[in-house]
Write a new protein. Structure first.
Length: 397
């Protein structure tokens, strides 16, 4: 029986441990928190959007399509839905977004906990990894409490969207194994803007169309609910832009916001014509929230005649992203060129696998990052459990 150690009790680590155990391996899972699935239990505002019916390679970044195709070709979104249903989680769908029927993320964590116990997986919480290395054909993982050994190691340490001292120790050990780490940065987070007038609209949530420009060229366009805060702009449509800012720090960035994208120009002109004798706030009544009107008026230099134009094309200069600790997901991690896409095993070090956030793959909002966790965890767990079967048939090792 192969022995498998899994570092990390997040989504990908849970999937890896359960899959390896179901393949007959003796599995130990190490988690630094006092319970498994801590981040998973809060994902999606506590509802857990665990996959999306519209799975497309364009929803992912930083890996070649061939890599993603090889991985998702073995475990895709339908595989995830089938897995959840087989393990007692009914699925609720909303516009292609898939949730547990109870709309409770904790139900997913509890499902994994019960299944892991059923498969006799050893769950070791409050174990913070200090180092790991391979010696004499075995892996040793040293925590603050003790040393654990096994034939095969799966690193599912994630990033917890924060590069902590724990993460740094794990990354150092990974680099000693011969791997390159792509620098981490915010991938799904809010944006800072230069225009202080937007603070007047803090608390406003409003559906918009938003275009991002980098050095004058349109980079991406998104639609969705914009959230204005005292610090900047947020919301899913803004999150989708943030990785472009992270990856292009030297480019001048701004966005153009259309606050009424679904209102035809002719309709707007007719409406405003009937209100032309009214004060600007009265003209905007029924079109924009009062706080947003106040912010646009401030941006215009108190020129009411400029407000209709600003509703269509409101330029905000972007000065940066939220901090790493604010980001739901980070870009960066283990370079995918150093991994086998069909198994997630290392090409640099024998008996080593990676899965989840620690790999340099991130996706859009909408269940895509969790889908990568399930896919990569499944592949790592399945193939680590096979162990020597793989290497006996692979001359690269």
């Amino acid at each position: 029986m192969n022995e498998v150690l899994v570092i990390g009790g997040g989504a990908s680590g849970l999937m890896a441990a359960l899959t390896a155990a179901k393949q007959g391996a003796k599995v130990t899972l190490l988690e630094k928190n006092d319970r498994i699935g801590r981040k998973l239990s809060g994902t999606g505002n506590g509802r857990c959007n665990f996959t999306n019916r519209q799975l497309d390679l364009s929803c992912y970044y930083h890996a070649k399509d061939a890599f993603l195709s090889a991985a998702f070709g073995q475990f895709d979104n339908q595989s995830t839905i089938d897995f959840f249903q087989k393990n007692g989680i009914m699925v609720r769908e909303k516009n292609g977004y898939c949730y547990p029927y109870s709309m409770r993320a904790e139900a997913v964590t509890e499902m994994f906990r019960l299944q892991l116990l059923k498969e006799n997986v050893r769950l070791c919480t409050c174990e913070t990894v200090q180092d790991f290395f391979r010696s004499k054909g075995k892996w040793t993982v040293q925590t603050q409490n003790k040393a654990f050994t096994a034939d095969h190691l799966i690193v599912a340490a994630g990033t917890a969207a924060s590069v902590s001292s724990y993460t740094e120790r794990v990354l150092t050990a990974i680099q000693r194994c011969g791997h390159h780490i792509i620098p981490f940065g915010p991938a799904l987070t809010w944006l800072r803007v230069r225009q202080k007038a937007m603070k007047l609209a803090a608390g406003v949530r409003f559906p918009v169309k938003i275009d991002l420009y980098l050095d004058g060229k349109k980079a991406i366009s998104e639609t969705g609910e914009l959230q204005i805060t005292s610090k900047g702009i947020s919301g899913i449509c803004v999150f989708q832009l943030s990785r472009y800012i992270t990856l292009n720090p030297d480019k001048q960035a701004w966005c153009l916001i259309d606050f009424i994208p679904d209102v035809p120009e002719e309709t707007l002109e007719k409406l405003l014509k009937t209100k032309k004798d009214m004060e600007i706030r009265a003209q905007m009544n029924g079109l924009l929230p009062d706080k947003l009107t106040a912010a646009l008026l401030e941006l215009s230099g108190h020129k009411p005649e400029a407000i209709p134009g600003l509703m269509r094309r409101c330029r905000l200069d972007i000065t940066g992203t939220g901090d790493i600790s604010d980001s739901q997901v980070l870009c960066g991690g283990v370079d995918t060129r150093e991994l086998d896409p069909e198994t997630l095993r290392s090409k640099r070090c024998k008996d080593l696998w990676f899965c989840g956030e620690i790999v340099d793959i991130d996706g859009k909002c909408g269940g895509y990052n969790l889908q990568w966790a399930w896919t990569s965890g499944y592949l790592a767990g399945k193939n680590a459990a096979k162990g020597n079967e793989i290497y006996d048939s692979d001359q690269r090792y």
